[in-house]
Design a binder for this molecule. Structure first.
Ligand code: UDX
Ligand code: UDX
Ligand code: ADP
Length: 480
């Protein structure tokens, strides 16, 4: 029986390994983590991450050929294939701070593998890492090898949160990069055989190590760039009276462009896009390509611009002050169907409003109060951000309450700000909400989920990203 061990039981490692276990009953899969709380949660009925369909997959395999454990060393020792799926945040200090990936967790995992291994192993990079990390890892392993043969593969994961299980069941492609030596090719084949249990062969692409590593960064950069492109258009639409939804529909009908990932929003979030682009920028700078670095930086700058533009719209529409006004924040997760708040635009929007002394009542169906308070109190690391947002001080904490329904959040509020596109926000009873709000009642839709005309008919002043401006807002001086 082939044994797989995955180091890191996070958003990537957990679901990916659960699906491998489900699709390959002949393989024993152990997912290990240093966090006891995380492993306990994986072994309980309350999994540590919310992902549609995940519970089902885990229930089917756990205890049979899928195990979650904190005994990292034992499982690495026994494994034939070791996936490394630890976190790789952006460095916050030292060389490359603000841009380069922090490989501390990766390096310590590699050293541990070298320490405990007594047999040949295939080591697979699963976390997104800078190009040439595999080479560095290879060096750590071979310099500590004690005669053991290690083959390093890069097998980046393309799943998106909220659709992880679907993406894993039917991936657009699986990418496996390896050394072009006989041993390297053999290792690639071994991993290919695992995926071939359920993924059609023509969707399993094999490349050299560097191409695989770079493809992952490039794919995320291209996706983020599409969003910044459409968000840049949204500002122009508002200024000219065009409707961004109509524009992106028309643009997406060009088969060379395609319809997906063209939804204008308050900004992209999530653990990958900004981190990977910053990483790409750093790699370009290190390779003497400042023009290329500048090009990609602009994607993040537009994203920051979009978030501050949204806050400015809110404040300027509400007589230039939101001080002590109750503002309902609907949605805090970085997108729907996840409880993840990493890099969510909601953090910047909320801090922007708090900076103007607003009172926030926040509702998200999947994010806990504890998480929201933590996110808003955290000192966010600045790369070279135009947003100068202060985290909440102990006195501002009192200005934030977290509630468990949209109706409670909006009661007596002056404005509703929609920051995540949860389906349930589309079917809210806006007449009831309007009746219970202060007047004039405002809706600021950062995700284009509401029916603008219907809400205007009820009496709301409505701002929806990239849509024709409400006469109320149009008559105000232009926002920067
Ligand atoms: C373009 C648009 O495609 C068309 O829809 C519009 O109506 C007019 O402008 P055109 O300029 O005729 O058409 O040619 P196109 O095939 O788009 O190529 C434009 C340039 O891009 C060419 O120099 C081409 O060589 C280059 N190109 C195109 C690339 O460098 N790489 C590509 O992948 C595609
Ligand atoms: C992304 C990539 O899609 C995935 O392939 C990679 O493995 C990890 O990073 P994820 O961050 O989970 O996945 O979510 P994604 O669906 O890509 O959304 C990222 C952000 O972009 C979200 O904040 C989302 O709301 C925003 N977005 C997405 C838009 O604003 N408009 C769109 O059209 C699409
Ligand atoms: P991702 O979104 O890439 O999956 P997460 O942060 O969700 O990232 O998960 C990474 C996991 O890796 C965390 O649960 C963390 O505890 C774990 N981890 C980090 N370093 C190690 C290590 N050396 N050994 C085992 N687990 C580790």
């Amino acid at each position: 029986m082939v044994k797989i061990c995955c180091i890191g039981a996070g958003y990537v490692g957990g679901p990916t390994m659960a699906v491998i276990a489900l699709k390959c009953p002949a393989i024993e899969v152990a997912v290990v983590d240093i966090s006891v709380a995380r492993i306990n949660a994986w072994n309980s009925d309350q999994l540590p991450i919310y992902e549609p369909g995940l519970d089902d997959v885990v229930k089917q395999c756990r205890g049979k050929n899928l195990f979650f454990s904190t005994d990292v060393e034992k499982h690495v020792f026994e494994a034939d294939i070791v996936f490394v799926s630890v976190n790789t945040p952006t460095k916050t200090r030292g060389l490359g701070a603000g841009k380069a990936a922090d490989l501390t967790y990766w390096e310590s995992a590699a050293r541990m593998i070298a320490d405990v291994s007594k047999s040949d192993k295939i080591v697979v990079e699963k976390s997104t890492v800078p190009v040439k990390t595999a080479e560095a890892i290879e060096k750590i392993l071979t310099h500590n090898s004690k005669g053991i043969n290690y083959q390093i593969l890069s097998n980046p994961e393309f799943l998106a949160e909220g659709t992880a299980i679907e993406d894993l069941f039917k991936p657009d492609r699986v990418l496996i990069g390896g050394r072009e030596t006989p041993e390297g090719l053999k290792a690639v084949q071994t991993l290919k055989d695992v995926y071939a249990q359920w993924v059609p062969e023509d969707r399993i692409l094999t490349t050299n190590l560097w191409s695989a590593e770079l493809s992952k960064l490039a794919a995320n950069a291209f996706l983020a760039q599409r969003i910044s492109s459409v968000n840049a258009m949204s500002a122009l639409c508002e200024a000219t009276g065009a409707d961004v939804t109509q524009v992106s529909y028309a643009v997406g009908k060009d088969s060379r462009i395609g319809p997906k990932f063209l939804n204008s929003s308050v900004g992209f979030g999530g653990s990958c896009f900004q981190k990977d682009i910053l990483n790409l920028v750093y790699i370009c700078e290190c390779n003497g390509l400042p023009e290329v670095a500048e090009y990609w930086k602009q994607v993040i700058k537009i994203n920051d611009y979009q978030k501050s533009r949204f806050v400015n719209r809110i404040v300027s529409s509400m007589f230039n002050t939101v001080a002590n006004k109750k503002m309902a924040i609907l949605g805090f997760a970085f997108k729907k169907d996840t409880g993840d708040t990493r890099e969510t635009p909601a953090i910047d929007v909320c801090l922007g409003l708090l900076g103007d002394k607003a009172q926030l009542s926040i509702y998200d169906p999947q994010v806990t109060e504890e998480q929201i308070q933590r996110d808003l109190s955290m000192n966010k690391f600045d790369w070279d951000h135009p947003l100068h947002l202060q985290p909440m001080s102990p006195t501002t904490v009192k200005k934030v309450s977290v509630v468990w329904s949209a109706y409670e959040a909006t009661k007596d509020a002056h404005a509703v700000c929609i920051l995540t596109e949860w389906d349930e926000f589309k079917t809210l009873d806006f007449q009831k909400i309007y009746d219970n709000m202060q007047k004039p009642a405002f809706v600021f839709d950062g995700r284009n989920v509401v029916d603008v005309q219907k809400l205007r008919d009820i009496g709301f002043v409505v701002y929806s990203i990239g849509k024709q401006l409400d006469p109320w807002i149009k008559d105000l001086p232009a926002v920067a």
